[in-house]
Design a protein around this ligand. Structure first.
Ligand SMILES: NC(=O)c1ccc[n+]([C@@H]2O[C@H](COP(=O)([O-])OP(=O)(O)OC[C@H]3O[C@@H](n4cnc5c(N)ncnc54)[C@H](O)[C@@H]3O)[C@@H](O)[C@H]2O)c1
Length: 269
């Protein structure tokens, strides 16, 4: 009776890129922190990577306080030298790498009409090139570890056209296609690559944006609900649960997939 055991990541090493919560320390839980906590709860050793040192430390501290194993590493994912160094540190510390969870995505409110070259370049540099760099530097170590799982977090805006999300939409779409291309190339090394496309999630970053805009948390929630199918907001744990499944052996026959966690937004909004 093994088929229905909960997914386990015991003995595995995971990197979560963007493991902090929107650059904040403390107890707020964004999608990256939720994934890091969930990987640790499933038994993985977790390397919490974030551009904010405080946020990386805070995520690793929370894992340790909850009884898990974690280390913090500060890096901008678009900095190839730091990401190459990250893989050396992981190799020296753990001798293996099994999971790479790419949660970082710059979000802008922009349009083609008001195209800003510098903003577009930076968004592309982080969202697309940074994700590619993390995968590029992780692959040799995953190969030496006997295989692995890459999970790219994307957004429903990567497949549907929303107003005022030009660079975010375009770069999320690029990451979804990158997922399929990497899966094809890495299958020879037993590395799977999938994407989780999130819908309207009640995450601190989204709530902050709308609370600042509308002046009140309840109004912010109501605005988000208006965008969500059936008015249902997702929680950060909805994506984290799927990430654990995809990273584990339970997901071993799932590859090159873009899996929506969006209450149906992709299909019927
Ligand atoms: N929040 C939502 O409602 C929502 C909806 C759809 C998709 N998503 C996806 O979820 C992911 C983000 O989740 P979140 O919104 O909860 O944010 P989050 O709270 O998980 O924060 C992301 C972290 O990434 C870090 N970061 C930013 N730029 C970085 C860089 N260049 N290098 C390293 N770290 C960097 C930030 O400091 C922050 O701590 C993204 O992939 C986004 O597209 C979120």
């Amino acid at each position: 009776m093994t088929a229905l055991r909960p997914p386990s990541l015991a003995g595995k090493v995971a990197i979560v890129a963007g493991a902090g919560t929107s650059g904040r320390a403390g107890d707020a839980t964004g999608n990256g922190t939720a994934a890091a906590l969930a990987f640790a709860e499933a038994g993985a050793e977790v390397v919490c990577v974030d551009i904010s040192e405080a946020a990386a430390r805070s995520a690793a501290d929370r894992i340790r306080k909850a009884g898990g194993s974690a280390m913090a590493y500060t890096a901008d994912i678009s900095d190839t030298t730091r990401i190459a160094e990250l893989m050396r540190v992981v190799d020296q510390t753990f001798g293996r790498l099994d999971i790479l969870h790419n949660n970082v995505r710059v979000v802008n409110s922009d349009t083609l009409a008001a195209f800003d070259e510098d903003r577009f370049k930076r968004t592309f540099e982080v969202n697309v090139q940074g994700t590619a760099l993390c995968c590029h530097h992780a692959l040799p170590l995953m190969k030496r570890s006997g295989g692995g799982a890459i999970i790219n977090v994307t957004a429903v805006a990567g497949s549907r056209a929303y107003e005022n999300l030009f660079s975010y939409s375009v770069t999320n779409a690029a990451v979804e296609q990158m997922t399929r291309v990497i899966a094809r190339e890495a299958i020879a090394d037993a590395v799977r690559c999938n994407a989780i496309s999130l819908g309207i999630i009640e995450a601190p970053v989204a709530m902050d944006v709308y609370t600042a805009l509308l002046g009140d948390v309840d109004q912010a929630r109501a605005r988000l609900q208006a965008y969500a199918p059936g008015g249902q907001l997702g929680s950060v744990w909805d994506g984290a649960r799927l990430a654990v499944f995809l990273a584990s052996d339970a997901g071993k026959y799932i590859n090159a997939a873009v899996l929506p966690v969006d209450a149906g937004a992709r299909a019927f909004c």
